[in-house]
Design a protein around this ligand. Structure first.
Ligand SMILES: *Cc1c(COP(=O)(O)O)cnc(C)c1O
Length: 368
């Protein structure tokens, strides 16, 4: 069997190469390399796609979170409740602003933040909640928004892994007070470099973020606040405009392939992903659970099948957060899942035959 990567960006590029090269050339010939018409057009297209009023392109998904929280006034002394079962950026930005991330446990079925656990941690210092639509599955947004309304909290959806996901028929990103996307190359909508975006229906928040991304200036060279240098690159915007047109097809292909995996893996000891009925999960990653994960992953590697662990250390157990005092066992579901879960190869161009071959290899492992 040929080596099977976890994700094959080259296979995707092959399907859009001509369009991408033409778009890049157009930007090169335009002389508009920072901001300009491609960024503006892409912002409008994303706002339309998500169904919100504003979309603001920034340098990457981490900055999208950072600028959104900064614009919302999160800072020293504030607490922000989030999940520890996510990529580090989600809480890193909270700490960067001088606020404190408060980690609560996840629902072991969806891997998303457990709303009852959020309730237990709300106090007078709590200012915001960051639900992460982890692996492409929407979090319980209705319950989260209800809680936020009651306690007057800012809700920022970290939708880096969930562009195109839906919750009760509505696009993820349109449910919180604001949401952020990452266009890191491996994301479902990924560029060929870094990029990120904040979306919101809040006029004031959007205009603050637009000012923050250009050094806090408005107009140029007149600085009213301390900002950042964080803009979406024009070349990336041009590429992402092309890719956005394919996003639904790619997401649907992922869903079909995930369904095939689910079916074929039924009679193996692996726990396949749970997808809530009222949600459209877009499988940014196809995550399974195995008791003997590390051994199985080593076996698959030997057979040429790449897999990955997302993420090996939950955030509350990271060295940098030692001083927050979360001991081993303090957030049990997240810790348990960090030891059992891993991702199998999944991308739109992955063939059904290859999925069959991967599952056969898994079955051979269990029957050996
Ligand atoms: C990728 C990712 C980010 C950060 O995005 P970058 O563009 O890499 O800065 C933030 N949160 C989550 C959940 C992510 O997966």
């Amino acid at each position: 069997m040929k080596n099977i990567p976890l994700l094959d960006l080259q296979a995707q590029l092959a399907t859009i190469r001509g369009e991408v090269l033409t778009a890049v050339e157009k930007v090169l010939d335009s002389g508009q390399y920072i901001m300009g018409p491609e960024v503006k057009a892409f912002e409008e297209e994303v706002a339309n796609y998500v169904g919100v009023k504003h979309a603001v392109g920034v340098g990457n998904g981490t900055d999208a979170l950072l600028l959104a929280l900064d614009a919302a006034g999160i800072g020293a002394g504030d607490e922000v409740i989030t999940t520890p079962f996510t990529f580090f950026a989600t809480s890193e930005v909270v700490s960067r602003l001088g606020a404190t991330p408060v980690f609560v446990d996840i629902d072991p079925k969806t891997y998303n933040i457990d709303v009852d656990q959020i309730k237990a941690k709300i106090n007078e210092k709590t200012k915001a909640i960051i639900p992460v639509h982890i692996f492409g599955q929407p979090a319980n947004m209705d319950e989260i928004m209800e809680l936020a309304e009651k306690h007057n909290l800012f809700v920022l959806e970290d939708a880096a892994q969930a562009m195109g996901s839906e919750y009760k028929g509505r696009k993820i990103g349109s449910l919180g007070h604001a949401a952020t996307y990452s266009f890191f190359p491996t994301k479902n909508l990924g560029g060929y470099g870094d990029g990120g975006m904040v979306v919101t229906n809040d006029d004031e928040l959007a205009s603050k973020i637009r000012i923050l991304r250009v050094h806090g200036s408005n107009p140029k060279y007149y600085h009213s606040v301390l900002g950042y240098n964080s803009r979406l690159d024009a070349i990336q915007a041009a590429i992402l405009r092309i890719k956005l047109r394919h996003l639904d097809d790619w997401n649907n292909a992922r869903r079909q392939k995930a369904a095939l995996y689910n079916e074929l893996l039924k009679d193996t000891p692996l726990v396949t992903p749970y997808a809530a009925e009222d949600r459209k999960h877009i499988y940014h990653l196809y995550i399974v659970q195995a008791e003997d994960r590390d051994d199985l992953m080593a076996y698959l590697k030997e057979k040429g099948i790449s897999t990955g662990v997302y993420y090996p250390v939950p955030l509350h157990r990271q060295k940098v957060y030692e001083s927050l005092g979360y001991g081993e066992g303090s957030i049990p579901n997240a810790e348990y899942m960090a030891k059992r879960t891993f991702a199998l190869p999944l991308y739109a161009e992955l063939s059904d035959e290859t999925i069959h071959a991967i599952v056969d290899t898994i079955k051979t492992y269990y029957n050996k």
